[in-house]
Design a protein around this ligand. Structure first.
Ligand SMILES: Cc1cc2nc3c(=O)[nH]c(=O)nc-3n(C[C@H](O)[C@H](O)[C@H](O)COP(=O)(O)OP(=O)(O)OC[C@H]3O[C@@H](n4cnc5c(N)ncnc54)[C@H](O)[C@@H]3O)c2cc1C
Length: 283
């Protein structure tokens, strides 16, 4: 391939798409990215984008390779260990490393994604938003798209396509139609729900430099610190059965569940009664 003239087409501007784009641009390729969602830098984030990531050696290495790690320092919070919360509200701190320099880092997925998109565009990538890839002809490289705003369908010729379109990849679906293509997929019996622990006077309500975990056997609550003093929490629960999302149908049921299972967390959740404000996601 002649890197000077070759355009590489990426599907998906999540975490991997812009990261890969920067790597390809560094090697002299031209890159275009098609993303089905609107530009999250211009429209309000949808559910699922507020989840924090625990960024460790692998992620730091990737960001260092594209020269973005230093810039990330202002939006990460080092977490020195796990803070385990028992049902009796006892705290146990489990350090991640031998000393305070061995940490994992809490980072907002949305902030990271936006920084990656900014960096990819600054280096010359073109990102086309609200372009849903609906299929590809793997023999000719013809990609099919639907404009999510107008509903218009289009076909575009490409030479090299890389699917960065996540767990329900349209590109992978197309590859499944090939002969002898091996594939397996399993669905979890668990879903998750995003919650926020508000800041108290602009500060974190619980220990800042820890990944908080309320382990409860087959389910758990976790909380990762944000730079604005809030915590991004995820409640992982089975969809069905005892202690499941199926049993939490009213605000009162949710509050009672938290009071019994996560009593110290319940005390800092000011917004628990507004259960309908959040969304349950598939596992
Ligand atoms: C609850 C939860 C917690 C997690 N926590 C961590 C963590 O702490 N640390 C960690 O390292 N990882 C974590 N992960 C995993 C991490 O989110 C994934 O590894 C990562 O998002 C994968 O990046 P990606 O770019 O491949 O896919 P995604 O981030 O899913 O991006 C795919 C992109 O493709 C777009 N797209 C999809 N279909 C199409 C289409 N047909 N046409 C055009 N665009 C399309 C999507 O809109 C999206 O923008 C977590 C995941 C979940 C669900």
């Amino acid at each position: 391939m002649n890197s000077k003239t070759q355009t590489i087409t990426l599907i998906g501007a999540g975490l991997n798409g812009p990261l890969l784009a920067i790597g390809l641009l560094q090697r002299g390729f031209q890159v275009e990215i098609y993303e089905r969602r609107p530009d999250m830098r211009r429209v309000r984030m949808s559910a699922g984008r507020s989840i924090n990531l625990a960024l460790s050696t692998r992620g730091i290495h990737a960001l260092s390779q594209i020269g973005l790690w230093d810039q990330m320092q202002k939006i990460i919070i080092p977490m020195k260990g796990r803070m385990m919360h028992s049902v009796a509200s006892e705290l146990t701190f489990q350090p991640y490393g031998k000393n305070d320099t061995e940490v994992i880092n809490s980072i907002s997925r949305a902030e990271l994604n936006m920084a990656l998109m900014d960096a990819a565009e600054a280096r010359g990538a073109r990102i086309m938003f609200q372009q849903r890839c609906t299929g590809v002809d793997l023999r000719t490289g013809a990609l099919r798209f639907r404009d999510e705003q107008t509903g218009e369908n289009q076909t575009r010729r490409t030479t090299v396509v890389i699917g960065c379109d996540g767990s329900a990849s349209a590109i992978r679906s197309e590859m499944l139609k090939l002969n002898r293509f091996n594939f397996s997929q399993q669905y979890l019996d668990y879903g998750y729900k995003e919650l926020t622990i508000p800041a108290t006077g602009g500060k974190h309500a619980i220990e800042t430099h820890a990944l908080h975990i309320w382990p409860r056997g087959n389910y758990m609550l976790i909380a990762l610190p944000n730079i604005d003093g809030t915590f991004a929490c995820i409640l992982f629960l089975p969809f069905e059965g005892h202690d499941s999302f199926a049993q939490l149908n009213t605000g009162l049921e949710v509050v009672t569940f938290f009071k019994e299972r996560f009593p110290d967390a319940e005390r800092v959740f000011a917004h628990l009664a507004t259960k309908s404000a959040t969304t349950v996601h598939g596992g």
